[in-house]
Design a protein around this ligand. Sequence first.
Ligand SMILES: Nc1ncnc2c1ncn2[C@@H]1O[C@H](COP(=O)(O)OP(=O)(O)O)[C@@H](O)[C@H]1O
Ligand SMILES: [Mg+2]
Length: 254
Amino acid sequence: MNDNSPILRVNNICKSFAENNILNSVSFQLNKGEIKVLIGPSGGGKSTLLQCINCLVVPDSGDIMLENKQIDFSSKQDLYSLRQQVGMIFQDFNLFDHLTSLDNITIALRKVKKIDKNEAEKRARIELEQVGLGDKEELYPAQLSGGQKQRVAIARALAMDPKILMLDEPTSALDPELIGEVIAVIKSLAQQGMTMVMATHQISLISGLADEILFMENGKIVEQGPPSSLLTAGSSSKTQGFCDRLNELSEVEG
Ligand SMILES: Nc1ncnc2c1ncn2[C@@H]1O[C@H](COP(=O)(O)OP(=O)(O)O)[C@@H](O)[C@H]1O
Ligand SMILES: [Mg+2]
């Protein structure tokens, strides 16, 4: 691959559920090390877009190209390989409740990557350390706080060596006092150069991490650009208006 070519190309993705047109020809490109942040009103299609990118939801039409390879949506092998390379973090963690932190991480390494138990555990411990949970490997999800559960989910995704990490409102299910620890982990991944696409309503992630903001509404990207051009006081951008409202809300909530 030419180093200058985008790691991911999303071209004209369309998706309907029943009669409802949810994604309406969405296109964007992502470079290695770049962070795109998806914002916009609830129901606008952000989660559906993230799930289409790793084909948890298969698009009706359009193309996904990962490192110049076009994904064949009808090929199980292509979908399997895509999902291994594009990690996903969900709002509600999606951990296995009956497995410890360590086993939540090792299970995919062993089953999908066929790594033996010792090696898988070694890798899982490295990732737990990286998210600050080195001492929590034996605990089950019910014994962890929301912020800790989300950090286990991030460690699990990292252990698979994803080329791209997608995060769908990773702090939205957390109590306010637990949001900071997850933001800190995401910021440290950004510093390490992780390529990410993230839907979030956290102003500090939007203004502090985005290389480019994609504003989605009614299944379309209606505005895009770097925070430096979309987020300036007094700007008439949709992004600025949306972030002003988020700020007002957080002031009301204290
Ligand atoms: N599996 C599904 N079946 C039917 N409708 C869905 C499904 N997933 C999402 N939708 C609908 O798609 C629209 C966009 O949802 P979503 O992608 O979750 O938006 P956002 O993440 O921006 O809030 C919503 O109206 C939602 O009800
Ligand atoms: Mg969503």
